[in-house]
Write a protein that binds this ligand. Structure first.
Ligand code: ADP
Ligand code: ASP
Ligand code: MG
Length: 430
């Protein structure tokens, strides 16, 4: 039975990390094994900055950024394979291709330019990792995700063509005893144009392949030992969650728990494929299992923070109601600019929307709303979402803090606070 593993940027951030990954994978000799890998470290952020430099036409800045990226990859390659060793020709060719694509697409639409260049982080990382695994005795075949994951041309958030992807995946050489290594985050349209699945989309890539393969299990390897009831970097007493359901994991991810991409769960749930979240730093440490079992979902309340939030308070100018027609109008404008509301709090004559600080989308939205409504805008806010809340817990969390907007039901409560009234490190009240 096939297994799919996914490793994110932190697990391959430098030569030492790639060596560690090799040792870890050597401990999993069973095949078939499909391994999905992200770009090294923060490469995707650097590629986004490179796109911006290319579009601004600042040749010196563009060249400096491209050379920094090239150098970072060459350093890792030299540390792994020694001077002049490793897949040098392939890495050089990928950088030449990347440069040529920036020149070809810098005047095209942003989403098209983005998708023709952003995936090079994954193409480079998998080239290095595949060569390293193969050189250290883990026989590995490098697969091109652009030939596996078929999508539409909705660039930056491409939609998967499941039937076409399943046909491509069915042709994978699974029975030759070699590990199959491919890129997360990217795919291609039927005509071969590169596409991407959205930031942090490699988890979703692993789920797509597992769904199409009818895999036995997916393991997402992280720098934390599984899912916790809050980000352990932000809450000093977060507790690990050994078991939760697909639906509960979707709730956490949808509300912003950065540990797993929300689209990951659906394809696994449909085929009842369990997902394990495990630490690549401590492979033997306890892990989290996500499957159809709902029994443990409410064992602990869970907490999700979103920082730097913007609150839009929209009020009809004519003392009119916030009725369905107005809700339709206002929410339709969010859809038009592609902005997601992290909280929607509706009253008779006011709608409060909490959104991420994405100026390229937020500014046109605010201009459009201000033309027809009274609009108040507040910035620098922190949204706290609590799953399985109790009144005492919510009261303790809000103590000493102004609540600018809120929403709640038995399953989920949300409170919007001023960021300057929130600590950097939180503590879950007893
Ligand atoms: P990847 O290497 O796959 O990109 P990420 O860095 O995106 O991994 O996700 C791992 C990080 O997610 C952890 O370091 C942790 O700080 C954060 N995180 C946020 N919420 C949670 C949670 N509920 N449980 C565990 N980790 C969480
Ligand atoms: N490399 C991509 C990103 O940083 C995809 C991923 O890591 O999941 O968003
Ligand atoms: Mg990530």
């Amino acid at each position: 039975m096939t297994r799919v593993f996914k490793f994110g940027g932190a697990s391959i951030q430098d030569a030492a990390a790639i060596r560690h990954l090799g040792e870890l994978l050597a401990g999993f000799p069973d095949r078939p094994l499909v391994v999905v890998v992200s770009a090294m470290g923060k490469t995707t952020n650097a590629l986004e900055a490179l796109i911006a430099a290319a579009r601004e036409g600042d040749e010196a800045d563009y060249r400096r950024r491209l050379e920094a990226l090239r150098q970072a990859h060459l350093t890792v390659m030299t540390e792994l394979f020694g001077e002049g060793g490793g897949p040098a020709a392939r890495v050089a060719a990928l950088f030449d291709e990347l440069d040529a694509r920036h020149r070809q697409y810098r005047d095209a639409s942003y989403p098209l330019h983005y998708d023709q260049t952003i995936g090079y982080g994954e193409l480079l990382s998998t080239t290095l990792v595949a060569a390293w695994l193969d050189a250290t005795g883990v026989a590995t075949t490098w697969c091109d995700a652009r030939e596996l994951v078929v999508t539409d041309a909705c660039h930056q958030a491409a939609n998967v063509d499941w039937a076409a992807t399943a046909r491509r995946v069915a042709d994978l050489p699974l029975e030759d005893g070699r590990l199959l290594l491919t890129q997360g985050f990217i795919g291609a349209t039927p005509t071969g144009a590169m596409s991407s699945l959205g930031r942090e989309g490699s988890d979703f890539s692993a789920a797509i392949l597992a769904h199409c393969l009818g895999a036995e299990e997916v393991v997402i390897w992280k720098d934390v030992p599984g899912l916790f009831n809050a980000d352990p970097r932000r809450f000093d007493n977060a507790v690990p969650l050994a078991h939760l359901s697909y639906a509960e994991a979707v709730e956490l991810a949808w509300h912003g728990a950065k540990v797993i991409h929300p689209k990951t769960l659906g394809p696994l749930q449909q085929k009842a494929i369990p997902l394990t979240v495990r630490s690549f730093l401590e492979p033997g440490a306890p892990s989290s299992t996500i499957d159809a079992e709902t029994r443990h979902d409410a064992a602990h309340p869970a907490f999700i923070l979103r920082d730097d939030q913007v609150l839009l308070e929209v009020t009809p100018r004519d003392f009119a109601f916030m009725d369905e027609a107005r809700l339709h109008d206002i929410l339709g404008r969010l859809v038009d600019v592609g902005l997601h509301a992290n909280l929607i709090d509706s009253e008779a004559m006011r709608l409060r929307l909490c959104v991420d600080p994405k100026p390229e989308k937020l500014d046109p939205l605010a201009d459009s709303l201000a033309a027809d409504y009274r609009l108040d805008r507040h910035e620098g806010l922190t949204l706290l979402t609590v799953r399985h809340p109790t009144p005492a817990l919510l009261e303790a969390l809000a103590e000493g803090r102004e609540v600018l907007a809120e929403r709640g039901n038995a399953g989920t409560a949300q409170r919007l606070f001023r960021g300057d009234q929130c600590p950097e490190t939180w503590h879950i009240p007893d």
